[in-house]
Design a protein around this ligand. Structure first.
Ligand code: NAD
Length: 244
């Protein structure tokens, strides 16, 4: 039997949370496209700098022209540590270009196809920092709060087309981005990495860090018909951190 697979587009799918999302949708028999600057062998890789709006639009339009786009997971993002005084204009722009403008490019590009098919699920990878602030995280906090707003405004504007948009707000998840942030902190402060790692785990009510696979399961649920009445929401997955 020749069945047409559902299509999922993931940005930043070569590493960490995005890679787990790509693998989970593949395991559920989706056709998965991964738009990333770094290559990966999982899913159908499309070399793409998410800050290049024209490039994102061209790649997503080409995918849509082959059939449909059922799910977009806008996940590519970077972390940057610094208070407002320690964040240069260039650093602020870099974080915003990748985390916010990149999501704008991906969401805007999938909407024509989703509107035409009167169906679609958009998941934006925000952060617990969309809801609460963390120290020395000025630009990142701002960018993730913007993504929460993008999920809500997209949900309202496109509900009439049966397109749902939600934001996922993970706490501290053990990925390459997390390890890089800890390494940077230890380099600057001289702290011991194992100690910092143990302290981070102890800060979580569940006593451990989250895993990328756990975030992927939430994303898959939000994309599925089981979540068909969920839109405009911020879904926290943080081991209880923001409940404190
Ligand atoms: P990661 O560094 O492991 O993966 C990020 C991916 O994005 C990489 O594959 C990278 O190549 C890609 N990417 C970066 N810049 C890009 C660009 N300009 N164009 C295309 N792709 C680009 O990070 P992760 O921890 O898996 O984070 C994924 C998302 O989850 C990010 O948006 C991050 O802010 C968010 N998040 C992570 C955590 C955490 O604790 N790890 C917590 C909350 C939210």
């Amino acid at each position: 039997m020749n069945t047409v697979k559902k299509v999922c587009v993931v940005t930043g799918g070569s590493s960490g949370i995005g890679l787990s999302i790509v693998k989970l949708f593949l395991a559920h028999d989706y056709q998965v496209f991964n738009l990333d600057i770094s290559p990966s062998t999982f899913g159908e890789f499309r070399q793409c700098d998410i800050t290049n709006v024209g490039q994102v639009s061209k790649i997503i339009t080409d995918i849509a022209d082959q059939g449909s786009i059922d799910v977009l997971v806008s996940n590519a993002g970077i972390h940057f540590s610094g208070s407002i005084e320690n964040t240069s204009e260039e650093e602020l722009e870099r974080v915003f270009n990748i985390n916010v403008k990149g999501a704008y490019a991906a969401v805007k590009s999938v909407l024509p196809a989703m509107k035409a098919q009167q169906n679609g699920a958009i998941i934006l990878m925000a952060s617990d920092q969309a809801l609460i602030a963390k120290h020395n995280s000025f630009a990142y906090n701002l960018s993730k709060a913007a993504l929460a707003s993008m999920a809500k405004t997209t949900a309202l504007d496109y509900a009439q087309f049966n397109i749902r948009a939600n934001a996922v707000c993970p706490g501290t998840i053990e990925t390459p981005l997390y390890h890089q942030a800890i390494n940077n902190y230890c380099e600057k402060s001289g702290a011991n990495k194992a100690d910092v790692h143990a302290e981070e785990a102890a800060l979580q009510p569940l006593g451990r860090l989250g895993q990328a696979e756990e975030v992927a399961e939430l994303v898959y649920f939000l994309a599925s018909d089981k979540a068909k009445f969920i839109t405009g929401s911020l879904q926290v997955i943080d081991g209880g951190y923001t409940a404190q």
